[in-house]
Ligand binder design. Structure first.
Ligand SMILES: [Zn+2]
Length: 465
């Protein structure tokens, strides 16, 4: 799988910085001589995989269909699924516009997907062929390689049958990463078990080692894996479910987690605390405030996307550093939320992101402030290169000034300029502490919008509607 994780530079360098701040990148598929995937083989392997999952799960999956598509068609399939999950009334056109970036980022590495709306498994023929090519080149059997993918997808179908995935996913969009982590973790956990029955254990171990053992991976692979939350979705989630299974051998806790996944990725590092109701309540309060912050750009309401406050990219790559970071974070931060705003008519225009943290005390909230400022300074310094300059500026001196910000707030600003194209943008980070809450607004170019977003969020936290 690792071969398909090359990120492609699609945006200018200055804009790329903002994307690092706010959104995510994209991936493309590597070109190589591919295994010829015959339809008859695929059908017969699919039937084998289905038999194993049906027997082990004691479920009837004859209504689950198999389709094969090209990478291009997969873009539409993914946008369609994400759009329907977000809003069943969203038009097909809107689904593509909103989810094109996400689908594009994922289409490079997904071999297959389970569509809970159409109750079908959609295989990306090119990617599955590449995956099989890769494993057969290492001496593994083509059928077994395919089984690791098909069993995984059929477990999603069995989970959908038993628990109704669409209903589970119909949570606050801010919880989506947690919801997906449990779904993927469970599919992986059972694929590992069922491969022992189906004969695909060697292929399973090889494929997973290749995808998630990032110790010898190059920077691009690590970057792409983190952008797509691979370690959280397929690694930590499985560890979490194994720990829950060890806590409760009857499997009741695992079932509970499938139906009520923790919303925050960090809680997957602390299975002992599951279910943590107080954290879930604090988190819901933060998202309620963020939901109520409505922003406009170019005279029209901006699109608002709740997103996860902690993703793979926010966590250290090294696993012991990662554990250490998460333990500290869980001690000092009770809950966090993040909302991204995008101009609905100009998807290339600079967006804006608001983060809210609830700390466990006044010292902890100050510590988080210092960490955010240090991260921002690091980011501004790290874009400097032969082609790009960056320079801190004082926000007070900008037209409009910072006099309209709350007294205890501060704004950090820097201009980033590409030397060759002479393009320049100003990136802003404004912060304010209110009690144990820290609000952070990150954006580019629109100074007034940033200040407005900070004031609005503060207002919503003070006086929830
Ligand atoms: Zn999956």
């Amino acid at each position: 799988m690792e071969k398909y994780l090359y990120p492609a530079g699609r945006v200018g360098r200055a804009t790329a910085l903002l994307f690092t701040l706010l959104l995510s990148g994209c991936a493309t598929t590597a070109v190589q001589q591919s295994y010829e995937l015959a339809d008859t083989d695929l059908r017969s392997w699919f039937n084998d995989a289905r038999t194993v999952v049906e027997q082990e799960r004691n479920v009837e999956l004859s209504d689950v269909h198999l389709s094969t598509v090209s990478s291009r068609e997969m873009l539409f399939v993914l946008s369609d699924i994400y759009g329907k999950k977000l809003d069943p009334n969203m038009t097909a056109d809107m689904r593509i516009r909103v989810f094109a970036d996400k689908a594009f980022a994922e289409v490079g590495f997904l071999q297959a997907v389970y569509d809970p709306f159409a109750k079908r498994i959609v295989v990306n023929r090119e990617n599955l062929s590449n995956f099989i090519t890769d494993l057969t080149a290492q001496g593994l059997d083509a059928r077994n390689a395919a089984l690791t993918v098909l069993i995984h997808e059929l477990i999603h179908a069995a989970d959908d049958h038993d628990y109704d995935l669409v209903a589970i996913e119909n949570r606050h969009p801010g919880d989506t990463l947690g919801v997906y982590m449990v779904a993927e973790g469970h599919a992986e956990l059972q694929t590992e078990q069922y491969c022992k029955i189906a004969g695909c254990s060697a292929a399973y171990s090889r494929a997973r080692l290749q995808s998630f053992n990032l110790e010898n991976a190059d920077t691009q692979q690590i970057h792409a894996a983190r952008e797509n939350n691979m370690m959280l979705l397929y690694g930590q989630s499985q560890t979490f479910l194994k720990e829950l299974g060890a806590r409760d051998p009857d499997g009741i806790l695992v079932k509970q987690a499938i139906q009520n996944p923790p919303g925050d990725a960090l809680q997957f590092f602390d299975a002992a605390s599951y279910p943590d109701i107080p954290r879930a309540d604090s988190r819901a309060k933060i998202y309620a405030a963020l939901d109520a912050v409505n922003l406009s750009s170019n005279g029209a309401p901006m699109l608002q996307f709740a997103s996860a406050p902690y993703t793979d990219s926010d966590l250290p790559v090294d696993s012991s550093k990662r554990q250490h970071y998460v333990r500290n974070e869980l001690n000092s931060i009770i809950a966090a939320g993040r909302m991204v705003y995008v101009d609905q008519y100009d998807r290339d225009a600079a967006g804006l992101a608001i983060r809210v943290f609830e700390a466990s005390g006044p010292g902890e909230v100050r510590k988080k402030w210092a960490e955010i400022v240090a991260d921002y300074n690091h980011l501004v310094a790290s874009v400097r290169s032969r082609w790009v300059t960056s320079k801190h500026i004082s926000a007070d001196t900008l037209p409009g000034g910072t006099g309209d910000l709350p007294e205890q707030a501060r704004m950090f600003a820097a201009t980033i300029t590409t030397k060759s194209q002479d393009e320049s943008l100003t990136v802003f980070n404004s912060l304010v502490i209110e009690g144990n809450y820290l609000i952070v607004v990150s954006s580019a170019d629109n100074f007034e919008l940033n200040k407005h977003a900070l004031r609005e969020t503060l207002q919503q936290l003070r006086n929830p509607i």
